[in-house]
Design a protein around this ligand. Structure first.
Ligand code: C6P
Length: 438
């Protein structure tokens, strides 16, 4: 154990944070891979699930399964109650004003497509500009290109620095009366940078533009408050924040969502249907056509309960209010992750031939790098042989890779259950790659 680690482990132990207790709550972490204990460092792609969430999903299938908002029978009523309770938990998670501003979708990608299509169709016209950043994920590029091509608008990338920070001066210079939308990543999946979205939103609003924040990588790492940010739209990718796959969230300001046309048509999103005229259901149902991912939504609710319970544990007292409990949980989780990230950046940076990508001081636990002697895919394969899971490639950020001047990187992405020892294992693995390819 390193010295930084020793000091902080005792601090976190006093605060009620016990990484071994947390690890024991994630059953998959005891898996062996190629005869070695799994070191799971691919949380940016998808995080593992705590037993509380796995059991909540299991209980749903065994004791609750039925369609929601459609039946007067016992099971349908029970499923509906649990489903609706999840929406309120997500409201608290995001600090939104109303639970009807929370739309359940199939994922972050689906949420952004919904806004690009529904808001874009009714608000964009030829000559308008949509600003995105050079570090966007393809999910926050392509939907805007699709709508821009249809209406004759233009998608323009805001430049970034070599360290991986948005160039705010360049951004200021790009804003004009033509700017209608700024679509910006809150936390970069490839670099870890936490972007100053509050400031970016203020500047966009001053220019009369709306802002969509892609929060896919913020949800698992930092406390979010959409009202404080004053975001117009905010999206989550729930499988990255310890919840099941196949479920995403779109937050939108009530006034904007009310003005937008439905995205998809079908059951549950209507008020009345006739061959002459169809009227739509109020929020949030207007945007939730068809049977939703009921198990996923209930699983997401249990994830937020788990995170809130961590807040009580870290505070060594019962924190009844869910928002306060989440504040407490993230206070400790963010401090722990910062310490682990600083450690990781230091020890990886000390390896000869490693070039770190994403060196902004304000960042989450994304440790991305290139190695001068081996392609990232070879790095990933050697690491997998000793049980270490990382992601290699362009991370769905091809324009960012071009800006960095690399075809791909190796990315270790941290979660609450990762340890200093696992980062040390990664260092051993990289040294092994150097022996093989150097
Ligand atoms: N990034 C990664 O390994 P979906 O696939 O819809 O749940 O999330 C898409 C998405 C959108 N924005 C950002 C910033 C993201 O990181 C992702 C998903 C994964 O980095 C898989 S490509």
């Amino acid at each position: 154990m390193n010295v930084i680690g020793q000091i902080n482990e005792s601090f976190f132990a006093e605060s009620g944070f016990d990484v071994n207790q947390i690890r024991a709550e994630f059953p998959i972490l005891s898996t062996q891979v190629n005869g070695k204990p799994l070191v799971y460092l691919d949380n940016g792609a998808s995080s593992q699930k705590p037993v509380a969430v796995i059991e909540a999903m299991d209980a749903y299938w065994r004791e609750t399964n039925a369609n929601v908002h459609r039946g007067v029978h016992y099971l349908s009523q029970k499923a509906t109650r649990e489903f609706d309770a999840s929406r309120e938990k997500v409201r608290a998670f995001l600090g939104a004003k109303h639970s009807h501003e929370i739309i359940f979708t199939a994922g972050c990608t689906a949420s952004i497509n919904l806004v690009a299509e529904s808001w874009g169709r009714s608000n964009l016209k030829a000559g308008d500009e949509i600003l995105i950043s050079t570090m966007e994920h393809h999910s926050n590029i392509v939907p805007w290109q699709l709508i821009a091509q249809r209406v004759g608008a233009t998608v323009l990338p805001i430049p970034i620095s070599d360290a991986g920070e948005i160039d705010l001066d360049a951004y200021r210079g790009m804003l004009s009366e033509r700017t209608k939308m700024v679509a910006i990543i809150h936390v970069s999946n490839s670099l870890g940078t936490i972007n100053p979205v509050k400031e970016i939103i203020q500047m966009a609003h001053a220019a009369g533009a709306k802002v969509l924040v892609d929060g896919a990588q913020a949800g698992p790492h930092i406390r979010i408050n959409v009202q404080d940010l004053n975001a117009d739209f905010y999206t989550l990718s729930c499988h990255k924040m310890y919840a099941p796959t196949g479920i995403g969230v779109l937050y939108g300001k009530e006034t904007l969502l009310n003005e937008m046309p439905p995205y998809q048509g079908g059951g549950d999103m209507i008020h009345t249907v006739s061959f002459e005229k169809t009227t739509y259901a109020p929020l949030p149902y207007k945007f939730e056509a068809g049977t939703p991912n009921i198990a996923g939504v209930i699983g997401l609710g249990s994830t937020i309960d788990y995170l809130a319970a961590l807040g009580s544990r870290f505070e060594n007292r019962e924190v009844a209010d869910i928002s306060e409990a989440l504040d407490a949980a993230f206070r400790t989780l963010e401090a722990r992750e910062k310490e682990l990230t600083d450690y990781g950046m230091q020890v990886l940076g000390d390896i000869d031939g490693v070039r770190l990508t994403g060196t902004a001081p304000n960042k989450v636990g994304i440790l991305a790098f290139t190695l001068d002697c081996a392609h990232p895919h070879d790095v990933g394969t050697v690491l997998d042989n000793i049980g270490i899971a990382v992601r290699t490639g362009h991370h769905c950020c091809m324009p960012l890779m071009k800006r960095l001047g690399v075809p791909a990187t190796t990315r270790a992405s941290l979660a609450m259950y990762n340890t200093h020892e696992e980062i040390d294992e990664l260092v051993v693995g990289i040294k092994k790659v150097k022996e093989l390819f150097g």
